[in-house]
Design a protein around this ligand. Structure first.
Ligand SMILES: Cc1cc2nc3c(=O)[nH]c(=O)nc-3n(C[C@H](O)[C@H](O)[C@H](O)COP(=O)(O)OP(=O)(O)OC[C@H]3O[C@@H](n4cnc5c(N)ncnc54)[C@H](O)[C@@H]3O)c2cc1C
Length: 528
């Protein structure tokens, strides 16, 4: 094959090049554009649509941190709107299934959300099921609207760093090679990430125990019937929904992953696992997956980052991968933008790995624990019975809900106050003509200093409403949860709180730690 190489000397240099326009890459691109950073996305698929991104296989559970991320960027309505899978009216749904652990389900009425003392009701305060294709479409529309350049049908084949601290990205599209230059490169190119491999990122984890199958099938009229619900057997697990959705876990060490899935193969696996002489008439679509789990030991090497599945892979059990990736993007976007604009405090970019790696590790272990419960054999059935008992207690269900819904997420920011490192409650500041919520205020992508007691010392520090990358807001909240002042990062994470006596030095230390130099005035400030 002959290829033509066009060297991108004449092409523009981008602040950031993102490999992969999946949900994580697209959301990150929106985050960077929000902060006036130029972004080029390179995506290998010419067509973003695929049957595997549509229902039933394309169903993705979105947890509360993801819902909050979309809410805080004004995307939530579009994600929910016209989404065939999503729950139309938000708000916790008593009696409905809220989640599961290894297939053991719990409902919204099983757990006690009043224990989550620093949460306030808000439009994003529930998990939903959403169709992946719709989520990607919404994010792509936003990305294009804010000026992200997306090139589809372009495969990233490698990259190199040049002496002038730039990254040159090698691509191939329709047999033509082309190079693109950027200051920073982020690999959002999925589980088999080229950026991770070429960049020499160490990727460590555990090998698969099973091949998972998701298929849409029809049983033959004369087939032996299968029992409803999830069934664990001595060979694995299977469930066949009335809609024809078949899910199986065949504990074969992941041997059949990425092999062709014929009707005959699917039927023989189903018969082997179930021990029932089931006959399939039709297989409409089928895909495989495994419980292989692995994580990059660092998410950054110099000017190259990993985010989403490129940084961590695990089984889809309990559906956390997309949520983990959106969390990566929300965490990285504002830090990288602040660095590009030259206003980041020292070490800010390294906090991307130190904050996100432990969260990823927790999710990987959560999925591994489910595999231990799902394994065929007596020991796992005994474990399953114990987990079921625990989940039937209120405290047990509350623990599982915290993990599955994502409300237990907390970064270790080194402060003792329970709210620091957690998602900010959606305080509503009372205003004439209607309140202003923290979620809406975060849409500009700035940090927030929310002062419920209109303190003079703080007002003096903020001669303008936007100072040092922080928007200052004073006002009485509808509910204050015992707090007086909060410093909130652009990703909605609480960086500092004051409950009563204000220690201005303590505030300045926190502000410098996350927002850098005191006298810096945001260039893109938009006066009210
Ligand atoms: C059956 C199943 C069910 C799941 N359910 C859930 C769930 O309920 N909740 C949840 O949170 N997660 C779930 N997940 C996981 C979730 O889908 C992934 O974690 C998520 O899609 C990862 O997003 P990403 O953008 O990091 O990667 P991807 O979605 O894999 O996107 C990567 C993009 O990069 C492109 N690309 C790859 N290589 C290159 C290259 N060399 N050059 C250019 N482009 C490239 C790809 O074409 C793709 O568009 C599930 C996964 C499966 C398989």
């Amino acid at each position: 094959m002959t290829t033509q190489k066009s060297v991108g000397a004449a092409s523009p240099t981008y602040d950031v090049i993102i490999a992969g326009a999946g949900p994580v890459g697209l959301f990150l691109a929106c985050e960077l554009r929000l902060a006036d950073v130029s972004v080029l996305m390179l995506e290998q698929s010419a067509d973003p649509s695929s049957p595997l991104k549509r229902l039933p296989f394309g169903m993705r559970g979105l947890t509360i941190p993801t819902m909050e991320a979309f809410y805080r960027r004004g995307l939530l309505d579009d994600i929910v709107k016209d989404n065939p899978a999503s729950i139309k009216s938000l708000g916790l749904q008593p009696g409905k299934q809220a989640g599961h652990f290894a297939g053991i389900t719990f409902s919204y009425s099983d757990f006690d959300s009043s224990k989550w003392e620093y949460r306030l009701p808000n439009p994003a305060d529930t998990n939903i099921a959403a169709e992946l294709e719709r989520v990607e479409k919404t994010l792509a529309e936003r990305a294009l609207a804010v000026g992200v350049e997306i090139r589809r049908g372009v495969t990233v084949s490698g990259f190199s760093r040049s002496d002038d601290d730039m990254v040159t990205v090698d691509t191939i599209a329709k047999s033509e090679e082309e190079e693109f230059r950027g200051k920073w490169l982020v690999g959002c190119d999925g589980g088999r990430s080229t950026i991770r491999k070429v960049g020499g990122f160490e990727f460590v984890g555990t090998e698969p125990e099973f091949t998972g199958y998701s298929a849409k099938v029809e049983l033959a009229a004369d087939s032996e019937p299968l029992p409803p619900g999830k069934n664990n057997t001595s060979r694995g697990m299977y469930s066949l929904a009335p809609s024809g959705q078949l899910v199986m876990a065949d504990f074969d060490g992941g041997a059949h992953h990425r092999e062709e899935v014929t009707l005959e193969h699917l039927q023989s696996v189903l018969r082997r696992i179930s021990g029932i002489n089931a006959t399939l008439a039709t297989v409409h679509v089928a895909t495989t997956w495994t419980d292989r789990s692995a994580q990059a030991t660092t998410y950054r090497k110099g000017s190259v980052f990993l985010a989403g599945d490129a940084a961590h892979i695990h089984s889809p059990l309990g559906g956390q991968g997309l949520n983990l990736g959106i969390g990566d993007a929300m965490n990285l976007g504002w830090k990288l933008a602040a660095t590009i604009h030259g206003r980041a405090p020292g070490g800010l970019l390294d906090t991307y790995t130190t904050e996100r790696h432990p969260i990823g590790q927790r999710v990987l272990d959560w999925s591994r624990a489910q595999v231990a419960v799902m394994r065929p054999g007596q020991a796992s059935r005994a474990l399953e019975a114990i987990f079921r008992d625990i989940m039937q207690t209120r405290d047990g269900a509350t623990y599982f809900a915290e993990r599955v819904l994502g409300v237990s997420l907390r970064y270790d920011l080194g402060s003792g106050h329970p709210l620091v490192g957690r998602s900010a409650p959606d305080f509503e500041l009372m205003r004439e003509g209607g309140g202003m919520t923290v979620g809406k205020l975060l849409e500009l992508g700035m940090g927030l200093l929310v002062d419920f007691d209109s303190r003079r010392e703080l007002q003096q520090l903020f001669p303008k409403r936007w100072t040092n990358g922080i928007e200052y807001l004073a006002g009485e909240p509808k509910e204050r949860l015992g707090l007086s002042v909060l410093l909130i990062r652009p990703d909605g994470i609480v960086a500092w709180v004051c409950e009563g006596q204000l220690d201005i030095d303590e505030f300045l230390t926190a502000a410098r730690c996350w927002f850098g130099a005191e006298n810096w005035i945001v260039s893109r400030q938009k006066e009210a």
